[in-house]
Design a protein around this ligand. Structure first.
Ligand code: SF4
Length: 294
């Protein structure tokens, strides 16, 4: 998968140590200087991405931002895109899934396949998010910037501020907020009057597609509102970590019309592993699937 390595392992290791205690703005400044114009900020509606956009726009005026338009986003996400354009003068680059993939998937499994099984949900995420992202990263970027934070979820606990993204061709992945808490993110948003997603004011703590995200209830984890009907399945869509089950890949191969995709990273033999709520790797066949209710 690694085909345009922009940092070697030694340099990436040195940088991750050098910048680990640095403020997000310093990390961003280094990354933008090093990689512009082949670097872009990933924004999906989250407060973290908005804080990063605000910081970056104070460093340079040619900042690139992209978002995956899955076709299932809530209206409030498009409202936020408009606010980014109005406030920062940034035309957000919207990534769309291949129409033929969506048509095939919906024709075979219906529009709400995500509720049928964990594999069907992961198939939808692959078609609507992962494949378009892979294509964009492969063709256009040497580095991408994310709002990942270590405290968000067990699978994110080891995130470094600067790292090689081995799931995406070996390009650089920059996570300036890796050591920030949720409170630090919101302090920045409030202190700098940064626009944010309206659903946060309606009890949402993580922003995603409309059918797969709901407000959390008192005492629940911040990502509990994502794919809330699944138990012991990863609260991930495959963007930030590869997820293999051996189930949805078969469907994906059928949709793609061949045993893989040049930028899709679909492998013939894949492990059936995932992570449960405690960060323990388990067999996906053990994951429970419940009928969703709001
Ligand atoms: S989050 Fe839901 S609607 Fe969005 S791509 Fe994944 S399964 Fe499909």
């Amino acid at each position: 998968m690694t085909d345009h390595l922009v940092l070697d392992e030694y340099e990436a290791g040195e940088l991750s140590v050098e910048y680990d205690a640095e403020e997000p703005q310093e990390v961003l400044k280094w990354a933008l200087e090093r990689f512009s114009p082949r670097i872009a900020i990933s924004e999906g509606g989250g407060a973290e991405g908005m804080a990063i956009i605000d910081m970056a726009s104070r460093i340079r005026d040619d900042v690139r931002v992209f978002m995956m338009d899955t076709g299932r986003l809530p209206q409030e996400t498009y409202d936020l895109v408009q606010k980014v354009q109005d406030r920062y003068g940034i035309r957000v680059e919207m990534l769309f899934p291949e129409a033929s993939h969506v048509q095939g998937m919906v024709a075979n499994h219906g529009p709400n396949l995500m509720y049928d099984s964990v594999d069907m949900r992961l198939l939808c995420c692959q078609v609507r998010k992962v494949l378009p992202l892979n294509k964009f990263l492969h063709e256009q970027l040497d580095a991408w910037v994310t709002g990942l934070r270590r405290e968000q979820w067990a699978s994110r606990a080891e995130v470094r501020k600067i790292e090689i993204d081995h799931d995406h061709f070996g390009i650089a992945k920059v996570n300036p907020l890796a050591d920030w808490t949720k409170e630090e993110v919101w302090d920045y948003i409030k202190d700098n009057d940064v626009p944010y997603h309206e659903l946060y004011d309606k009890g949402y703590t993580s922003i995603g597609c409309a059918p797969c995200t709901r407000p959390i209830e008192e005492g629940e984890d911040n990502r509990a509102g994502r794919w809330w009907w699944e138990t012991n399945a990863p609260k991930e869509c495959g963007i930030h970590c590869a997820i293999y089950t051996g189930g949805f890949e078969h469907e994906l191969h059928a949709l793609l019309g061949k045993n893989g995709h040049e930028n899709g990273h679909v492998e013939e033999s894949t492990p059936v592993l995932t992570m449960n709520d405690d960060g323990v790797v388990v067999n996906l066949e053990d994951a429970e699937h419940k009928v969703p209710s709001q």
